[in-house]
Design a protein around this ligand. Structure first.
Ligand code: ADP
Length: 300
């Protein structure tokens, strides 16, 4: 029996891709897609040729995070064309194929396996410096498929995104052990939503009575500061939201002997940039989060 023709076709496609990076998380909602999207923006901003492949079949959020909602995939004689944000940043997602973004994708393993295979076989990326793969949370059929299909062509490694809480870290341990089992290098762990950082000028000030009645005091508070200590308005408030597990991700990394890449604060402006499908790097408002992301990306 000769070699599997699908794997041969995938190897041919991937021959023009220099680096492949998987982005994983133990749980959903920890900022994995946000990280994947901003990583792709950052690499493209450094003039690399970048592809972003979203294999989160059941919850594809990459089209929205790249500002490409409602776009369609086109076919040519070279294969499926990615949807381009810029000429050096192409995106492929099941989200482009759904007639209605609210529609649930309820597929069993073999069908998910089939579409991932097709993404790898049929998308014409052309020459790429980086292919960033945004995987679904956990370790499910999609992960086994992508590893099985890509391993022969070489995967540089995986970045695991987590939040600081122990409940999220427990699942990261599973993710790390998955990577070890299938022989994928863990490039490192990113602790996202690590403390809340917000310009004081954007904070909402509330007075809450014993009965729970809320009064918005923002206008009063801002006026008071402006008149008495205007320099306060340039300060950034920092809140350890998950105080109990401070430093948990770094500690877990030491225990599991994988690199800790750094912390990204919870930053409402980063959330907004993601919602609006923008890069956070040119955005003055995403100061702390974009600087943290930049430091992490520079270490890769
Ligand atoms: P996942 O891919 O892990 O399910 P998402 O990337 O979709 O998570 O992020 C979940 C939500 O949290 C999104 O609305 C996103 O904009 C927001 N978010 C992610 N990281 C941050 C952050 N550091 N600061 C503020 N909001 C964030």
């Amino acid at each position: 029996k000769g070699p599997d023709p699908d794997l041969v076709a995938i190897a041919e496609r991937m021959a023009t891709v220099k680096h492949k990076i998987l982005v994983l998380s133990g749980k959903g909602g920890v900022g994995k897609s946000t990280f994947s999207a901003q990583l792709a923006f950052a690499l493209a901003g450094m003039d690399h040729q970048v592809g972003l492949l979203d294999i989160d079949i059941c919850g594809p959020s990459i089209p929205k995070m790249l500002g490409l909602e409602g776009q369609d995939i086109h076919q040519s004689n070279l294969g499926w064309s990615p949807v381009y944000v810029e000429s050096n940043l192409g995106v492929m997602s099941i989200g482009f194929m759904l007639p209605n973004p609210d529609e649930a994708v309820i597929w069993r393993g073999p069908r998910k396996n089939g579409i991932i295979k097709q993404f790898l076989k049929d998308v014409h990326w052309g020459e790429l410096d980086y292919l960033v793969v945004d995987a679904p949370p956990g370790t499910s059929d999609e992960h086994i498929s992508i590893v099985q299909f890509l391993q022969a062509t070489g995967i540089d490694g995986a970045i695991i995104v987590t939040t600081p809480q122990e409940v999220s870290l427990i699942d990261v341990r599973k993710e790390v052990s998955f990577c070890k089992k299938v022989g994928i290098r863990v490039l490192g762990v990113v602790e996202n939503m690590s403390g809340l950082q917000q310009p004081l000028a954007d904070v909402k000030f509330m007075k809450v009575s014993g009965e729970g009645e809320e009064t918005d005091m923002t206008e009063w508070a801002l006026k008071y500061m402006k008149e008495n200590a205007p320099e306060m308005l340039n300060l950034i408030t920092c809140t350890e939201v998950f105080e109990s597990s401070k430093g948990g991700a770094a500690k877990m990394c030491r225990e599991m002997e994988v690199p800790f890449l750094g912390k990204v604060p919870m930053d409402p402006m980063l959330g907004k940039a993601a919602e609006e499908g923008r890069s956070c790097f040119a955005d003055q408002q995403c100061g702390a989060s974009s600087a943290a992301l930049r430091r992490i990306i520079d270490t890769l």
